[in-house]
Design a protein around this ligand. Structure first.
Ligand code: F6R
Length: 361
């Protein structure tokens, strides 16, 4: 039931404080500020290989940044439809992780089976806990997003990201990279995520204005660095899926290697710019596009300095710990796509040509 909401997607966006909280509680002990040891001992894992499709693939890429940074654990992420057919060379000691809302996506399931058949330990990060992937994998890592009805994934995505961030902290602790003091800090940062997500959901006023501009565009670029890069690609995917506007997500530093040629006054550029260690780099990339006439919308906390240059408008995002920025910034990204689609009058919950679960390759 949609209740007070116009679409399931809108309802599911609003459910994210709860779905993230519920998911994090599975992995973290908030009372004592500690991670919960699970069935996988990350000290005995040499590498992680994530396989996934679509939005789950972008969640996996966000996870990769966290596993490498916090746990020093090498992590590869690949689109399952490529992984399964290219005879990948995987090192023994690799933990294979399938990320999937449904747990039924054909290519992801086949990649998981391939890894298992090739002697790897396997884990399934799934929202449907009785799914084929959950049965196939050695270990099930649940997300607790609840049933997702909207075809465009929202709360399943943030639940995947939340679980991966929590697991990366766990890996860091188990591998001796994170001492108890830092563990407490990181768990506290994650504990704050639901409240900050709830704050981000209130950003809707400013975002409706931007969505009105986006609805007139034929192309939109999303930019970010670090974990904001996969989130930029997720933002572009969301916009394509439900508003049918062409969009691409780029690493902000990659723009000058080609795509900047696309920039003109008709191509809005949405930049995801939390105040992290690469903020200044992103800001200077934004000056470059603004100088070429691109209308830039910078989503950043109030405390972030203004990049010099005309044409940069700002949307204030909640201030947050860099670890949870992908969770907090996912909200404006989803709302932008949602409001743009509503503005265009497309079928938000059932976009053309798409199915909720892709069980054929
Ligand atoms: C996008 C979307 C798809 C799915 C993809 C994988 O909004 O929902 O890209 O993420 O089809 O599906 P699951 O996670 O069920 O394996």
């Amino acid at each position: 039931e949609k209740g007070e909401y116009r679409h399931f997607m809108e309802k599911e966006i609003h459910e994210q404080p709860d779905s993230v909280q519920h998911t994090l509680s599975h992995y973290l002990d908030f009372v004592n500020g500690r991670v919960k040891p699970g069935e996988i001992d990350f000290a005995a894992v040499d590498r992680i290989q994530i396989v996934a499709c679509g939005t789950a693939f972008y969640a996996g890429q966000i996870g990769r940044y966290a596993f490498e940074r916090l746990a020093g654990l090498p992590c590869d992420v690949e689109i399952a439809s490529e992984f399964r057919y290219r005879n990948p060379a995987v090192a023994p000691g690799t933990l294979a992780v399938a990320v999937s809302q449904s747990g039924e996506t054909a290519d992801t399931l086949a990649s998981l089976s391939w890894c298992k058949a090739n002697g790897l330990k396997t884990a399934a990060l799934v929202n449907v806990h009785s799914s084929s992937m959950a049965r196939e994998a050695l270990v099930v890592w649940p997300t607790h997003a609840g049933p997702e009805i909207g075809v465009a994934s929202t709360k399943a995505f943030t639940a995947q990201v939340a679980a991966l961030l929590a697991l990366a902290v766990t890996a860091g602790v188990q591998r001796g990279r994170i001492d108890p003091l830092i563990e407490g800090e990181l768990v506290k940062a994650l504990f704050e995520a639901p409240r900050l997500i709830a704050e981000a959901v209130q950003m809707d006023g400013a975002l409706r204005g931007v969505a009105h501009e986006l609805s007139k565009a034929t192309d939109v670029l999303f930019l970010g660095r670090g974990a904001m890069f996969p989130l930029a690609m997720e933002g572009a995917l969301k916009l394509k899926e439900i508003s049918y506007i062409h969009a691409e997500g780029y690493a902000a530093g990659e723009l000058k290697h080609g795509p900047i040629a696309l920039v003109d006054e008709l191509t809005p550029i949405v930049a995801l710019a939390p105040l992290d260690e690469v903020f200044e780099k992103t800001a200077s990339n934004l000056q470059e596009v603004a100088a070429r006439g691109g209308p830039v919308i910078m989503i950043a906390p109030k405390a972030a300095p203004d990049p010099h240059g005309a044409g940069i408008s700002r949307i204030d995002a909640p201030d947050c710990h860099p670890l949870i920025a992908p969770l907090v910034y996912a909200i404006p990204v989803q709302l932008l796509a949602y409001y743009t689609a509503v503005e265009k009058g497309t079928d938000v919950d059932q976009p053309r040509n798409l199915a909720k679960s892709v069980t054929v390759e």
